[in-house]
Design a protein around this ligand. Sequence first.
Ligand code: GLC
Length: 552
Amino acid sequence: MKRVSSHVSIASEAEINLDLSRLLIDKPRFTLERKRSFDEQSWSELSHRPNDGFDSVMHSPAFPTGLDSPFSMGTHFGEPSGPHPLVNEAWEALRKSVVYFRGQPVGTIAAVDHASEEVLNYDQVFVRDFVPSALAFLMNNEPEIVKNFLLKTLHLQSSEKMVDRFKLGAGAMPASFKVDRNKSRNTETLVADFGESAIGRVAPVDSGFWWIILLRAYTKYTGDVSLSESPDCQKCMRLILNLCLSEGFDTFPTLLCTDGCSMIDRRMGIYGYPIEIQALFYMALRCALQMLKPDGEGKEFIEKIGQRLHALTYHMRNYFWLDFPHLNNIYRYKTEEYSHTAVNKFNVIPDSIPDWVFDFMPCRGGYFLGNVSPAMMDFRWFALGNCIAIISSLATPEQSSAIMDLIEERWDELVGEMPLKISYPAIENHEWRIITGCDPKNTRWSYHNGGSWPVLLWLLTAACIKTGRPQMAKRAIELSEARLLKDGWPEYYDGKLGRFIGKQARKFQTWSIAGYLVARMMLEDPSTLMMISMEEDRPVKPTMRRSASWNA
Ligand code: GLC
């Protein structure tokens, strides 16, 4: 195994073959204190977990902030040619999006598009949108804005949440918030939206999960455990988890959701058990497990999480996974089976398999289905859920490789000219009418319906690095670089190949800018992946002992 320096040149063949997981252990840029990784423990050990805090916390000697820090100067994949012009432009645009509350930076606005007539809620700080901004700031040694954001949203959690006369659960986290300025009184207040103002009145199920994931990223990167260990953060996590771990009528460990409750925040036929939410749920559970203190109420949650993860992992890896042999099995399914011996457990009717999937499914590769519920399999491919499945190790190493194989095999369909398709394929005609409710924003190959979203570049890059395929990320980043600045950092692109700036896409969309920066920084220093990725869970093999009777 060859040692590499922090700036990995990914152009050469030899480096393509690097084992990046080793690289992550070497952690070149920071002094590393590595206790036994909690990630390396298995669920079965959970109930005996010592409170050992964080495994591989990076201790940065001192945080230089801002412009002189390593990444804001921008290098071109470690090449001596100097900073790529886009990096400096992107940092400048990202800084313009920062929102201040009582003098402190607390987040980034969704889009700084002065040309757009309709502001809608793009002038707000969205929780999900802030994640790539937060990662960029952390990587640039500017953790303050991230800490402020985590604390402000935590306090917003306790505000009253009413949709008409119905009160939302205490754990719900806002989709977005804004700073309300009263000029005459010279006061500033934060106003949150939990779904009561959102189009469609849907609460964001993903916000709480992203909050937990971000808290872990902050803790991992800064080494500052005082925030996650504070009573407020512990309580916030418990409240979020309480919403998802409470008992009900469920027969599956997956989380039942309504349409529009995540990044795809409009009706798109993802109600049920959407992959995006299941993957984020899994990742948030694992992150929470690392941060919850095993005292009092925390202990109870740790146990519940362990049980849920056990069941969720099994369910997802078995029932959501699709590759060529699985597809063939489903194609040959018998229906109306009863009892425990049923093979076709959810009674999926083979006639409901859409034609496109037979052509789309390569011999090499696979992916997690969009949704699985009784007599219903959504065969669409969704980018976010599949990338998070890799990053969080919800996917086994074999499944992770297969997902990347599929992206390679179906590059034109999924990446095309602008990474990355949010979903594939688009729904059209009658199906579009029924599924979207005739949504004019979600016409075929546009927006959430097969549109291409530059923000997804960071997730693709993280997945590429995790699976040891940086050359794929490099290709995708170069595609983005050819268009993003020139086009004014659009929110999304339209068309089968993602060639057209989206019909109603905002310009200077913050997460398009931040997503690009994070992708580039991760590729330049793959050790930064550790703040967002989880290691594989290795179940402990029971120790084999000879029974007493053996010798007798
Ligand atoms: C759109 C996206 C949503 C995003 C919001 C703000 O509604 O669908 O995911 O959070 O814009 O950018």
